[in-house]
Design a protein around this ligand. Structure first.
Ligand code: CA
Length: 221
């Protein structure tokens, strides 16, 4: 999953970035509003974490411009503690959730997982398709109750496909969302990882659409 982090405080930005990367996200950081708006407008992110107090264009203005431009990505806003006015403005401007500062990292990660799930139409933190269950809280996978050991790369790829069950996901899209800028090498690895995941699962979950990409049948929430 690829996330845009918008935060002008360099200490907070560094902490959040490393927590997100540790949790398996690909992260881009923007430090001011104009840059944030531009990145969110031209790049394809799975979600954004948006601080509202920014130099130049503030977070509310960034969010409004994304929504006016038809950008539907889920957005978690970071608000000043106790500022209910900011929260109301943010939600009215199209935020999906908010987190008051200061916050604990596990809460930020949980709220991010929740907005990602909802944007994929999943109410539950566990995505089940056929006999395969993916627990987004534990980053764990099981088939018919049997735990499947996966590397973080394999887990991220499978999670992305299962989040987008019901449509073809192209190799380019996978590289873009899971590997960030290291794309040359990654393009070749996708096929290798898919092969490993298929062998580990031992069930027919991931289908190949030759010349396009991969496809997982639509799941149940
Ligand atoms: Ca700020």
């Amino acid at each position: 999953m690829r996330v845009l982090l918008v935060e002008d405080d360099s200490r907070i930005a560094a902490e959040v970035r490393s927590a997100l990367e540790e949790a398996g996200y690909v992260v881009d950081v923007a430090r001011e509003g104009e840059d944030a708006w531009f990145k969110g407008d031209v790049e394809d992110y799975d979600a954004a974490i948006l601080d509202l107090g920014l130099p130049g264009m503030d977070g509310i203005a960034v969010l409004k411009r994304w929504r006016e431009g038809g950008r539907a990505l889920p957005v978690l806003i970071l608000t000043a503690r106790g500022s209910w006015v900011e929260r109301v403005e943010g939600i009215d401007a199209g935020a999906d959730d908010y987190l008051p500062k200061p916050f604990q990292m596990p809460e930020l990660l949980a709220r991010l997982r929740a907005i990602l799930r909802r944007s994929a139409g999943q109410a539950s933190p566990v995505i089940s398709i056929g006999s395969v269950s993916l627990d987004t809280r534990k980053m764990a996978v099981d088939v018919g109750g049997r735990d499947i050991g996966m590397t973080s790369q394999e887990y991220r790829l499978l999670a992305y496909l299962m989040h987008h069950a019901g449509r073809v996901v192209t190799t380019t899209e996978i590289v873009d969302h899971l590997y960030g800028d290291d794309s040359e090498r990654a393009e070749n690895s996708v096929e290798v990882f898919i092969g490993r995941i298929r062998r580990k699962l031992g069930v027919d979950l991931i289908h190949t659409r030759r010349g396009f990409g991969y496809f997982v049948e639509g799941g149940e929430a």
